[in-house]
Write a protein that binds this ligand. Structure first.
Ligand SMILES: [Zn+2]
Ligand SMILES: [Zn+2]
Length: 348
């Protein structure tokens, strides 16, 4: 075992603070990665503050990891020291169920092993610890290749925010000329705009905040709908082929579903409180409402290659680890453009 530096929370009430943690010695199929950057996802805040009620303390969050391979197990052929790599939301799965066979490990029927706060059932049975740390040891099949030339800091958020938005856009066939609405301009929404544009869509940012208009244009959105004015739901009814809803705050799905044209689909990736959906709204326009959870490892690699080809990167605010608690408070107030990324060198 190797002791490495990390940032951890000891309880739902305590701030993140430095902690030494152990990383296992690499097994035959493991890759040892020195972490360069780790993005800060909203899930990290929910987990640290135990807002989903299943946090195991101490918790080391972080599942938007980029860095360098420093050592590999003796059976590993695909990776070598010096490779630039990433790790996203998962570090293992059963490999045997139908979801795993279909490269959809995030839906593993026995439960994927999350990058943090998950029992490592197929490894050493400890609780996994994430990317707010200087080093991580990961099974070779759950390591992603960062294409040459991609900056590791601005690429880190793609490992969660990127795949979470790319997967539904790609899976639902968004392509040249599709009329796409992106609801919510945050960490997910800003990457979604860029990916939808790169897929050739006509992209409209749908937001309740007027001050997001200039930002949406800057990110490449073709149009902007300000939902504070309820009239827009009437004047733009039946306009979109596809809507990606990234909002986690409570809101009325039905209002947004009405913006879909015949056979349109809305995919939700945020997690608001349960809310009623009108069957009439779905029936009248033969509309579909669907959900989506990150993406499989194979698809995550496709997403990285796609983003490299099209120059898609996250807009970030780079912070030292010591600023993480402040960053959480700002993130909860949506005061970040658009993702905090921790410079892991700052852990010393
Ligand atoms: Zn995330
Ligand atoms: Zn499985």
């Amino acid at each position: 075992m190797t002791s490495v530096k990390a940032y951890a929370a000891q309880s739902a009430e305590s701030p993140l603070a430095p902690l030494s943690i152990d990383r296992r010695d690499p097994g035959p199929h493991d890759v040892v990665i020195d972490i360069a950057y780790c993005g800060v996802c909203h899930s990290d805040v929910h987990a640290v503050r135990n807002e989903w009620g299943r946090t195991r303390y101490p918790i080391v969050p972080g599942h938007e990891i980029t860095g360098y391979v420093v050592a590999v197990g003796n059976e590993v052929k695909r990776w070598k020291p010096g490779d630039t790599v990433g790790v996203g939301c998962m570090v293992n799965s059963c490999r045997e169920c139908s979801a795993c066979h279909e490269h959809q490990e995030q839906y593993c029927e026995r439960g994927m092993t999350a990058t943090y706060n998950s029992i490592d059932k197929r490894g050493d049975r400890t609780v996994t610890k994430g990317g707010y740390s200087t080093r991580i040891v990961v099974n070779e099949d759950f390591v992603l290749r960062i294409p040459q030339g991609m900056p590791l800091d601005r690429t880190a958020p793609l490992l969660c925010a990127g795949i979470t938005t790319y997967s539904p856009l790609h899976r639902h066939g968004v392509t040249t000329g599709a009329k796409v609405g992106i609801v919510g301009l945050g960490g997910l929404g800003h990457v979604a705009v860029k990916i939808a544009k790169a897929l050739g869509a006509h992209v409209t940012m749908i937001s309740h905040s007027e001050r997001k208009k200039a930002d949406a244009e800057h990110l490449g959105a073709d149009d902007f709908l300000l939902t504070r004015d309820p009239e827009v739901f009437k004047s733009h009814a039946k306009r979109f082929d596809f809507i990606l809803d990234t909002i986690s705050a409570n809101h009325d799905y039905n209002a947004y579903l009405n913006l879909l044209r015949l056979d349109g689909t809305m995919v939700v990736v945020g997690l608001p409180e349960p809310a009623p959906v009108s069957a009439d709204t779905l029936i009248q326009g033969r509309r579909s409402l669907a959900g989506s959870l990150i993406g499989g490892i194979k698809e995550t690699q496709e997403m990285l290659d796609f983003c490299a080809k099209h120059g898609v990167l996250a807009d970030i605010e780079l912070i030292p680890a010591s600023k993480i608690n402040e960053a959480y408070d700002r993130m909860v107030k949506s005061d970040v453009r658009y993702r905090f990324v921790i410079d892991i060198q700052s852990l010393g």
